[in-house]
Structures are given as C-alpha cells and as structure tokens.
Design a protein around this ligand. Structure first.
Ligand code: KIV
Ligand code: ZN
Length: 516
C-alpha cells in the first residue's frame, strides 16, 4: 500500500447493491414488493449507483418488484438479473423498461465443475451462449453486465476467452464473482490483473467484484479486487446473501473512507444513512444484525471496559477510528423519562427524523407517557420502536384491546384475550405450552388458523429487565409470507402485537377474514 498524496482526489468506484437480489436469496430473508420498493428508495437516496432489484424471470412478484422500482427510480440505475437464456433476458428487459437508466445483468457459469455438472455444457457451448445472451441484452439497453459465475474456480485461459467474447458482444461491465467464497485476497487481486492484462478490449469496460463470505473474506477480497483493477463493487446491506452472505456495503464504504490515507478510492454513498439502511433491511427481511457486526452492530461504538471508557473521555480517537455520527448513530443519546414534557418530546422526535401531525403526535406522546410509567429511562431506540409501532397500528383492522396471561410451573398457561376486529370487540380464552403459545392459540381462535408460523424472534430494544422487547414474526399462508413486529415492555404482549401486525399484513393480501 502506498501513502496517498494529500492533494490527490480519490477516484469514485461504482457501488452495485444486490440486497434485493442476492441478499433476498438468503434463507428466510424474503421481502414483499412494498418492502422492496421502500428499500430501493432508501438505497437510491443514499447514493447507490446501481440497484440490482431482482431476478424478473424467477416469479411474477419478482418481475413486479423490479418493474415498480424501475418506475420510481430517481438517480440509481436499475438492474434486472437474467440467466443466459433469451426468455430470461426478455423478461428482464421488460421489467426494467420504465427506469430512466437501466441495466441487464446476465450470467453463466464458467468453471469446469459448473459447466460439466450443473450446465452439462461444453466450453464451446458456453462461449456461444455468452455471445448470444449479451447480444440479446444489448437489444434492450446499452448498459449490459456479464458475469462469469464461479470465476475464481475457472481455468485462466478459458476465463480470458469467455471475457473477450462477452466484451466483443457488447458487455460494458465484466463481473468476476467469487461465487462460493473460496478465494484468498492475493489470488482474487491476481485474477483481475491477469484478465485485464491479457484480454483485448479490457480497457473499454468496467471490471466488477462480487464476493461471497463463506470463509469470512468477502470484504477483504473486494478490497483486493479493487487493487487488482476492478472499479465496481457488488455488495449488500448488512452483508446478507446466499449462505454466509455477500460483502457488506457499509464495511466497504467505511473502509474506503476511513483509510483514505492509503486507499485512493471513494464512493458516492452518504454514510450517515448506513445505520438507517441497516435497520430497515433488518426489519423488513426479519434478519437480525449481530451485536458485534462492524459499522452497524449495536456494539460497534460501545465502550464497556473502564480503560476504554477513560480513554474515550480524554480523546475519542483513542478507541474510535471513525465517529458514530459518520454512519448515522446520534452523538448524544439523550435519555427521556416520565418528567420529559411535550416540547422536549417533539424535539426528540424531530431529531430522530419524525415529523408527525398533531393527532399522531398526541397518540405517540400518550404511548410515551405510558411507557415512562413502566420504564425509568427511555432511550432513542425505545422511541423509534414506539413510533414505528404506532404508525404501523394506525390503519389496522385487528388490534389488541387487552391480554391477561397466567403462567405456572405446574399447569398449562392460560391467556384471556380481547381483540378489536373491524370495530367489534371479541374475546377468547385459550391454553398453551407457555404464555406465548396460549396467546397465539387465543388469537388464532378469534381470527383464523390457516397460517404457519415460520419464524419467531425476540430482541431487547435496550438493556435491563425493564427493556422493551421487540418481537418479529414471519407467517405464511398459501405461499404468501408476511412479517409482523411488536414492541412492549412485556414479551408476551409484544408477541401478541407482532402476530396481530402480521395478520393485518396478511389481510391486505387476502380478501376475507374468518372472524368469529
Ligand atoms: O455469486 C454469483 O456468482 C452470483 C452471480 C449471479 C453474479 O450471484
Ligand atoms: Zn452471488
């Protein structure tokens, strides 16, 4: 690594975000169309250059999501993925057609292992497919990316031949993925150098990294790819993706920004939006972020040990290589409590990015006071959870009126539940294996029992036994999956709210509710 000259302006590299495509392929991380549109809007605002919005041939839902995202795009280029088949490419071309700027990304495997066992094709057949698929993609847009799937396990001579064919057919970006997360940084760098040196026309295209994290090297490999000549980076928010995931966008952006003394690259990303993007993706995909995750984890800027705290008080640079504010963590987490008044609460909401109308403000303020009666210190995370919950509940047809749960070590738990369903109060008493099970049985008896609970997850919003619990559930009915969130100081009540919120989302998807 060489030191950067102080006056040297770093070169902007292209950020290609694939949270909505490769990220969504994470087991259990599927998102609804509305959620994908929300994530894409945030990525666009944050400065992502290219959003890979989905794989249009995969399902009608994927097609619709890509098409809607294309219609709403502002600055980002919207990209659809396609295999090397004309049907795939035509579907992708149709999905991206409304975007002000669009791209088709087409790929085929090039390693001996994939060609023989997965594709059952000879290298010559693959070369033909590449030429035909890139040419077809060119008939929809000038901006065509071609990927050599499993590039890092592809023979070098063949990799050079196939890249040359793709460039001749009109590809403008060449992606060399480490599909199975097998490469080491030096190898990945050398592969780019080798291809760029040997292939005719390489100087006219942009080379791209795409790294999976099976061995935990995705971000290191991405940085090595840049050193080897790549100028586009494929990545995802929170590093979600197939198996162990993809290179994490937030780590790359902050890595480049923090080490600009030796790395002559930057991105157009507004880093202050990174935590917001992380929270949104985690919430909509029901995919928690590990506490010690670099940049966006809950503990990323926490200093627990006395020595560290002492150093931090004397000079934050002792233990912080970047500021929490630079990634969107607020500098002061001003604690609110039951003595905080309306004015202070409104200021706090505004600091957190919420501008509520008078009625909504009063509702949220009432909820805040109720919470303050139960919990001494109320942190930003509590308020965010409370407002998000209130906004989500405002238009729901099912709401929780009251819940009483009796649990015992000697017998089954019992839940007495009252719900409001379309303005009518209904109640039920049910038993179950523990308070949550009894409550869910009572809710199902009052609504319908046709859903499967796929995931149930509890997280404490802050520290302490009086912390609010945030419960996330994913339920499924007739192949449709929805997510529900609930927050309360009591875990069972939060669980009830989460299930009810998921049912409300499901109601939007199906016409009638079998309320009894
Ligand atoms: O990992 C991979 O090879 C991919 C391709 C579709 C680019 O995701
Ligand atoms: Zn991938």
């Amino acid at each position: 690594m060489t030191k950067m000259n102080k006056d040297q302006i770093p070169e902007n590299v292209v950020i290609f975000d694939t949270t909505l495509r490769d990220g969504e392929q994470s087991p259990g991380a599927s998102m609804t169309i509305e959620q994908k549109i929300e994530v894409a809007a945030l990525l666009d605002d944050m400065g992502v250059d290219i959003i890979e919005a989905g794989f249009p041939i995969a399902s009608d839902g994927d097609f619709e999501a890509v098409s809607e995202i294309a219609k709403n795009a502002k600055n980002s280029i919207i990209c659809g993925l396609a295999r090397a088949s004309l049907k795939d490419i035509d579907r992708a071309g149709d999905a991206i057609k409304h975007a002000p700027r669009s791209r088709i990304h087409t790929f085929i495997a090039t390693s001996p292992l994939h060609m023989k066992y997965k594709l059952n094709m000879s290298p010559e057949d693959v070369l033909e497919k590449v030429a035909a698929s890139v040419a077809r993609a060119k008939s929809f847009t000038d901006d065509v990316e071609w990927s050599a799937e499993d590039a890092t396990r592809t023979e070098h001579d063949f990799l050079c031949r196939v890249v040359e064919v793709a460039i001749k057919a009109g590809a403008t970006t060449i992606n060399l993925p480490d599909t199975v997360g097998y490469a080491m940084p030096d190898e990945y760098k050398a592969m780019f150098e080798m291809v760029i040196n040997r292939v005719a026309g390489a100087e006219d295209v942009v080379f791209s990294t795409h790294c999976h994290n099976d061995l935990g090297f995705a971000v290191a490999n991405t940085m090595a790819g840049l050193a080897g000549g790549a100028r586009q980076i494929e990545c995802t928010i929170n590093g979600i993706g197939e198996r162990a995931g993809n290179a994490a966008l937030e780590e790359i952006v902050m890595g480049l920004r923090t080490r600009q003394d030796i790395l002559p690259y930057d991105t157009r990303i507004e880093s202050k939006m990174l935590v917001r993007a992380s929270n949104l993706v985690s919430a909509v995909a029901a995919f928690p972020v590990q506490y010690n995750k670099a940049i966006v984890g809950k503990n990323a800027f926490a200093h627990e040990s006395g020595i560290h705290q002492d150093g931090m008080l004397k000079n934050a640079e002792t233990y912080e290589i970047m500021t929490p504010e630079s990634v969107g963590v607020k500098a002061t987490n001003l604690v609110m409590g039951k003595h905080s008044g309306r004015h202070a609460f409104r200021e706090k909401l505004s600091d957190l990015g919420y501008e509520l109308g008078d009625n909504a403000f009063l509702d949220v303020f009432t909820r805040f006071k109720e919470l303050a009666d139960k919990k001494k210190n109320i942190y930003d995370e509590d308020i965010i959870a409370l407002v998000d919950n209130e906004i989500a509940e405002a238009n729901e047809s099912i709401s929780l009126v009251s819940l009483e749960v009796a649990v015992s070590t000697d017998r089954q738990a019992e839940a007495i539940l009252v719900l409001n369903i379309d303005g009518k109060q209904v109640h039920n008493t049910a038993t179950g294996d523990g308070g949550v099970d009894a409550t869910y049985n009572a809710i199902k008896a009052l609504t319908s029992d046709t859903q499967n609970l796929l995931r149930y997850q509890v997280q404490a919003v802050t520290e302490g036994t009086d912390a609010q619990a945030h419960v996330m559930v994913r339920i499924e009915e007739n192949g449709k999956q929805v997510i529900g969130n609930g927050v309360d100081t009591d875990t069972i009540v939060a669980s009830a709210k989460a299930y009810i919120s998921a049912l409300n989302s499901l109601l939007l998807k199906r016409d009638q509710l079998h309320a009894q």
